[in-house]
Every structure is written in C-alpha cells, then in structure tokens.
Design a protein around this ligand. Structure first.
Ligand code: DX5
Ligand code: ZN
Length: 223
C-alpha cells in the first residue's frame, strides 16, 4: 500500500497559495487536496476552477479534487480542464452515481466517491470495483478545523476489510480533523491517504507536512 499525504489548501493563506503549495511539495507531499464548496451541499463557499488552473501552472502535484457541490456533473469537464487529476464526488450530492463515476473516468481522470460520516458504506456496494478512491469524511463537510468524529475509526476498518476481501485496490482517504496525534490510529484503522488542513497550514506548513511525511514513510517501510 502506498501512504500519501494530501494537504488541504482550505486552511492555507490564500494570498500565498503558490508558496504554500511549494512548501508542502518540498516537504514530500505528492498530492494536494482541493476542497470545492458551493454554499448549497455544504454551508460554506470556497473556490473553483480558476484557483485550480492557476495552481496547475505552478505545481506538478497530483490534484485531489474534493467536490462538495450539488449535481457535480455540471462541472466535471471544467475541473478536468482546470487540471484535476482525481475528482471525488459526494454520494449524497449525486442522483446517478454510476453515471457520474463513468463521466469522470471518461474524462481520463481517477474517480473517487466521498461519504459523509453518517452515510453507510453499503451505498458503495455495487460501484466499489469501479472506484480509484473512497473518501471517508470524518467530520461533517463544510469547514476546516473541526474535531474528528470517533466512531469513524470503525467505519474506516470496515471499509478496509471490504476492499481487502474483494481483492480491490481502491485507496481509502480520510478527511477531517486529522492531526499528528490521531493519524497513527487512523492509519492503523486502514486509511492510506491522509488529508490534513489546519494541522498542516495552521503554522509552518513545510515543517508540519514534513512531520506527517515522516510518519507515512515509516508505514511504507513496514510493508
Ligand atoms: C472539510 C474539508 C476538509 C478540510 C479538512 O469539509 O473537506 O478537506 O479542509 O480540514 P481539517 O484538516 O482542518 O479538518
Ligand atoms: Zn476535503
């Protein structure tokens, strides 16, 4: 398994996005988590295609695009053009999940599906073999800086068990309230892609990303 850090720029200084992105890349992060919010599916607004397109010109990081928007089908092509590498949609925000996942893949991108904390894993039963990634929200989406919801440990474990039993290779990404104290437990539960917003961009982003990378590299060595 490949352990990955995907720093969420939602917590970054938006006036210095280029520098912040470079700092986490230098620290060894290979992904960048881009939280797109529409003020409808989630209460807040964040940013959209122009921010991705600007960063794309400066960065070769893998753009992990988390669409917290209603009816994301409307924007898939635009995000592909803006530079997304992976598009993750929320199962709760989509009526025809199979169609949406196919549309993402037909654009030549990796496809992920996100589940809110209270959404059962069973909504993925039939689509799981088609997915590159499952994103398990460990806070209610919409804001950075919230606390990790403890029952999610068990949900991550159940997801990993299901993926292993089926012989699949989908990544399990965990998003929300991850910090240097609880990341070990989250990895133990079976996550391999770690999103961290405020725990990385809250202070010295290079240093914080480096601390996460050290933990993830240790895990890689154990394999
Ligand atoms: C929340 C977003 C997260 C957020 C995580 O709705 O999907 O990606 O940036 O932030 P932290 O790590 O601060 O909980
Ligand atoms: Zn996110």
């Amino acid at each position: 398994m490949n352990y990955i850090l995907s720093p969420s720029i939602l917590a970054a200084d938006f006036a210095r996005l280029g520098e912040e992105t470079e700092a986490v890349a230098k620290a060894g992060a290979s992904w960048l988590h881009l939280d797109v919010m529409d003020g409808a599916f989630v209460p807040s607004l964040s940013f959209g295609m122009p921010v991705l397109a600007s960063l794309r010109k400066k960065s070769s990081l893998f753009f992990d695009t988390h669409l917290m928007i209603e009816d994301p089908d409307r924007y898939l092509e635009a995000f592909a053009k803006a530079g997304a590498d992976l598009i993750t949609v929320h199962a709760e925000a989509v009526t025809h999940l199979d169609r949406t996942v196919r549309a993402v893949k037909n654009l030549g991108l990796k496809a992920g599906v996100a589940l809110n904390p209270a959404t059962p894993l069973s909504v993925l039963d039939w689509i799981l073999p088609e997915l590159d990634l499952v994103l398990l929200m460990t806070v209610n989406p919409g804001f950075g800086g919230q606390s990790y919801i403890p029952y999610c440990d068990e949900k991550i474990r159940a997801m990993r068990k299901r993926i292993t039993e089926l012989g699949l290779s989908a990544d399990i990404e965990v998003d929300g309230g991850v910090n240097l104290k609880n990341v070990g437990r989250i990895l133990d539960a079976g996550a391999n892609v770690i999103v961290a917003g405020s725990a990385v961009f809250g202070s010295d982003s290079g240093k914080q990303a480096g601390a996460f990378m050290k933990i993830l590299r240790e895990r890689d060595k154990e394999l």
